[in-house]
Each structure stands twice: as C-alpha cells, then as structure tokens.
Design a protein around this ligand. Structure first.
Ligand code: ASP
Length: 272
C-alpha cells in the first residue's frame, strides 16, 4: 500500500478549510519516519492561529490557556496535559515519549519538563481566542462554572489531528486547546491513550469533538480494536453515529482510510 497521511481541523471546522489543510500537506517535509511524519503537519496547524491548538488555543473560563497534545507510534505513547506557555505542545508530547520514562505529564510538571527539554516560554494567546471568551462571558453573564447544559450546548472544536501509514507502520498525533467553555484543569479525550488517540500494528485513530463523551466511550481504542472485523467505514460510522454530541474520527489501516464526523470537519489526505 502507498504511504499516506490524513489530517483534520476539528469537529465543527468548516469544509471551506479543507484547502488550508491541503496546503499544509503540500508544504510539509515528507519523511520515512511515521512519528516525524505525523508530527510535521500538527506543528503547522499549531502555528496557524485558525486552529484551536498551539497558537490560537481557546482559553479556559479564567482566561488561562492550557493545552493538551499526544503522539503514538507503534506501541509507544507520550502526552502532555494542561501544559502552558509553549509554542508546540505536540513536540513536548514527543519528548515525553522519546526522552522520559513516562507516558503522560500534566500541569506545572509538563511545563517544567518542556523547559528542561529546551522549549522556550511562548504565549499562545490570540485576539480571536480572547474575543471568544469575552463574548461568552457577555452572553451568559457567567464568571464561574457554567451549568452543565450550557457546557455541552456551547462547545465547538478546531482541535487538530493526524494519522499516517508508512511502509506498513502507523502513527497518530493530536493537539488541542480543549473544548470551550471549560474550567481550568479540565482534561478531555485528546491526551488520554485510547480515548482521543490510538495507534498500533493494525492502524491509527484520532478523535475530535466533545472530549468527555469520547473518553467515556474510549472511542479511539474501541474503533482500533474492531479493525479487520468489518470495513473501516462501517466501524467508524457506527461508532460516530451513536454519539448525541459532536464527534469526528480520522483513521487509517493497511488498506483503508476514513474521515467521518456527525458535524462538519475539515480534512485533507495525501499519498506519497
Ligand atoms: N476533543 C477535544 C477536547 O474535548 C476538543 C475537540 O476535539 O474539539 O478537548
């Protein structure tokens, strides 16, 4: 099978953004290493302030920006949870996987680890993301915890993710500012192995959407574990269609790939 890469711009991102993603795939450096290859487009998306990842990440309701990112390749995994003031969380997640004895680091510990690994202070805040918080505060008159109904009703996406197949090997990466609105310290599906991301010998899967519901269903591993039993399309559609809240998946196997969502979700695919 051809080597291939598939990326998404988050559940809720408009299809008009497909061209932005296609440009990213046109311009990234192509390499033979699945881990590097899956990280390259995620770095570009983190650096693009249109996406809710890295620069442009949505703030927490206290105004702080905490980001989650994860990588998985073969059976190796690394993630950072609620990391602050770094430019590319996905690169710190890679360092967790390749340079630490751990698989997940969170909060201040993740940020301290990033500094130890040479990731300099960087403020990912943008005017657009702070405007979103200001509007939400105005609309709801809230300054504290939103009630649960509003919490689910108002969440949108723009998280980014990528899956890759190179010479029969697979890798996955994901990066997000989280699902707005959310409390400081909130953790979604993205940095949790098996929830927002999974990769192994049979393929790679990345999820986007309402992280709480995705994690409750251990969605990425659930899809991964069914690979080979039915077509990838049948498996992914059945899983995603069972969600009452926004949910999207990109997945790749030895001979199939799919981008599918119960809402709009920009994506791009390329063989190389
Ligand atoms: N799944 C992400 C989260 O809940 C958000 C998203 O994909 O839009 O943090």
């Amino acid at each position: 099978m051809e080597n291939a890469i598939l990326i998404h711009g988050g559940a809720g991102s408009p299809y008009s953004m497909n061209s932005v993603l296609e440009d990213i795939l046109k311009n990234i450096k192509f390499e033979n290493n699945p881990l590097n290859m899956v990280i390259n487009p995620v770095i570009s998306m983190e650096d693009n302030l249109l996406f809710n990842a890295g620069t442009g990440s949505v703030p927490r309701i206290d105004g702080s920006i905490q980001m989650d990112a994860a990588v998985m390749s073969g059976r190796e995994f690394g993630s950072v949870i609620c990391i602050e003031n770094v430019k590319n969380p996905v690169l710190v997640a890679r360092d967790v996987m390749t340079k630490s004895p751990h698989i997940m680091l969170s909060g201040d510990g993740a940020t301290e680890f990033a500094r130890m690994m040479g990731h300099e202070y960087y403020n990912p805040q943008t005017e657009r993301s702070m405007e979103r918080l200001r509007k939400f505060m105005e609309e709801t008159g809230k300054t504290g915890m939103p009630d649960k109904f509003k919490f689910l009703e108002k969440k949108t996406g723009d998280t980014v993710g990528a899956v890759v197949r190179i010479n029969g090997k697979f890798a996955a990466a994901v990066s997000t500012g989280g699902a707005f609105p959310m409390l400081r310290g909130r953790v979604g599906d993205s940095p949790i192995i098996g929830a927002g991301i999974y990769a192994g010998d049979k393929g790679a899967v990345v999820a986007t959407g309402i992280g709480e519901e995705i994690a409750r269903n251990l969605l990425s591993y659930s899809i991964y574990s069914q690979i080979g039993q039915q077509s990838l399309e049948t498996i992914v559609k059945r899983e995603v269609d069972s969600f009452a809240v926004s949910c999207g998946i990109i997945a790749i196997t030895g001979d199939e790939y799919i981008s599918y969502s119960n809402t709009t979700m920009a994506y791009a695919y390329r063989e190389f």
